[in-house]
Design a protein around this ligand. Structure first.
Ligand SMILES: Cc1cc2nc3c(=O)[nH]c(=O)nc-3n(C[C@H](O)[C@H](O)[C@H](O)COP(=O)(O)OP(=O)(O)OC[C@H]3O[C@@H](n4cnc5c(N)ncnc54)[C@H](O)[C@@H]3O)c2cc1C
Length: 411
């Protein structure tokens, strides 16, 4: 160990790289330590390698996408609206393009390209250095690693969450926080597929573009989401499910009953659906129920729905009894899946849990109780819906730390 850096960054993911690039631009000496052979493995994978890196929304709208009290979050989001993130990447030569849904992507490069620009801007980067311990000494910080010791006047822990561990995010930050006496919440999968109690393997691959989902916890609707839906082998997934999954995971961990109720036709009110169905019965009474449904939902799904309603496969529309019709219509507007589990943590897109937010001043990343200590990114105990918000949070918290250490803002 020789020099003392102004800022030592532990973890070369989105948050650590943003802090290192911003700190370097602000004139700080920055040393970034990354345990894998290369920074930003996870960052390179984001958005199907296209990297949905922020979302064009106001800070207030954005705050609603996060699973935390908006009060401590809003000052951070007001300091870092999405335009600031777009400008930050613009200054690195990365132009942005926004989709109609508000998701913002790099215009002329991909996830790996964006990662490489950040690394180039990030001061001294050492890869293959696994940090094993942190301690406060002589008013600064010492960082123990498997390859030696490093010293910094300030220290940022940006080791991410615990999902996709092959990218390096193995949850080490939680142990560091615990060893420093900080309050943490255990990890849980937050953006992940959910496992229903009945087999869905035979429906694997069946998708719906827009489904309205209600998440019930303890028999009461706790959240609603709309979006894409897909049957996977043993799971149900898609954006509507992902955005509810963190709440489901937490309730399951507390052994509370969890269910999803799917409205497969959110654009059609129940009365109108009934009218349409009765008209179809009058006009095409000899048509099989399953065939009629297959024109609105997929073939396999229609067969399954008919079976699930206990109706013989060859039943034609004209022969349906009143209770059978009621069952089919009810099922189209509210199919219930009792949920028994989540995808394993390793496969979750984002993890919940981490360093509790009341230990951190979010707008600066300062860990209140320990001078010179900062935290950023997924290590913190919050997570957001899909749509670029999780990366936005990583950039905002990372750059905020660099500005707090430098004592001035990036221009
Ligand atoms: C497949 C996938 C797709 C995604 N797509 C999107 C998307 O399009 N938009 C979006 O907003 N979010 C997306 N996310 C989420 C987003 O990638 C994360 O929220 C974000 O990367 C978190 O950044 P971070 O810097 O906090 O942590 P990470 O990116 O996980 O980085 C942590 C880094 O710390 C290093 N590290 C860990 N322990 C140590 C140690 N002991 N010593 C040294 N280094 C250590 C790790 O190797 C890693 O490089 C996606 C996630 C996945 C898995």
């Amino acid at each position: 160990m020789s020099t003392v850096a102004d800022l030592v960054v532990v973890g070369g993911g989105a948050a650590g790289l943003a802090a290192a690039a911003a700190g370097t631009r602000l004139g700080l000496s920055v040393l970034l330590l990354e345990k894998t052979d290369r920074c930003g493995h996870k960052l390179a994978l984001t958005g199907g390698r296209k990297c949905n890196f922020t979302h064009a929304e106001t800070p207030r709208e954005m705050a609603r996408r996060f699973d935390c009290d908006p009060k401590p979050l809003l000052p951070l989001l007001r300091r870092f609206p999405y335009q600031r993130v777009v400008n930050f990447f613009g200054s690195l030569g990365i132009n942005a393009r926004a989709g109609e849904d508000g998701c913002v992507w790099p215009a002329d490069t991909d996830g790996p390209g964006l990662r490489d620009r950040l690394v180039d801007a990030g001061g001294e980067v050492r890869t293959g250095v696994r940090v094993t311990g942190l301690r406060r000494e002589n008013g600064g910080w010492r960082v123990q690693a498997d390859s030696g010791e490093f010293a910094g006047r300030n220290l940022l822990v940006a080791t991410g969450g615990a999902s996709y561990p092959h990218t390096g995010s193995t949850g080490d930050g939680l142990a560091f926080c615990r060893a420093l006496g900080l309050a943490v919440t255990d990890w849980f999968p937050a953006l992940c597929s959910l496992r229903p109690d009945r087999p869905v393997k035979h429906l694997a691959g069946n998708a719906r573009g827009r489904v309205a989902m209600a998440l019930e916890i303890d028999g009461r609707v706790a959240r609603r989401a709309q979006g894409h839906f897909l049957f996977a082998h043993n799971y149900v997934t898609g954006s509507a499910i992902l955005n509810l999954s963190g709440y489901a995971a937490r309730a399951l961990a507390e052994s509370r009953p969890v269910a999803l109720v799917a409205d497969w036709m959110p654009g059609t009110a129940p009365d109108r659906l009934r009218e349409e169905f009765e008209r179809l019965r009058r006009d095409s009474g000899r048509r099989r129920l399953a065939n009629a449904l297959a024109s609105r939902i997929s073939r396999r799904f229609a067969d399954d729905l008919v079976r699930h309603c206990g109706i013989p496969a060859d039943r034609v529309l004209a022969e349906l009894t009143r209770p059978e019709r009621d069952r089919v219509l009810a099922e189209l507007k509210a199919t219930r899946f009792d949920i028994t589990g989540t995808e394993p943590m390793e496969r979750a897109t984002v993890t919940g849990g981490g360093l509790k937010l009341d230990e951190v001043e979010l707008a600066t990343g300062r860990v209140g109780r320990l001078p010179g200590l900062y935290a950023a990114g997924e290590l913190l105990d919050t997570w957001a819906e899909t749509g670029g918000y999780n990366l936005h949070f990583a950039w905002a918290t990372g750059i905020a730390v660099a500005e707090a250490v430098a004592g001035r803002e990036l221009r």
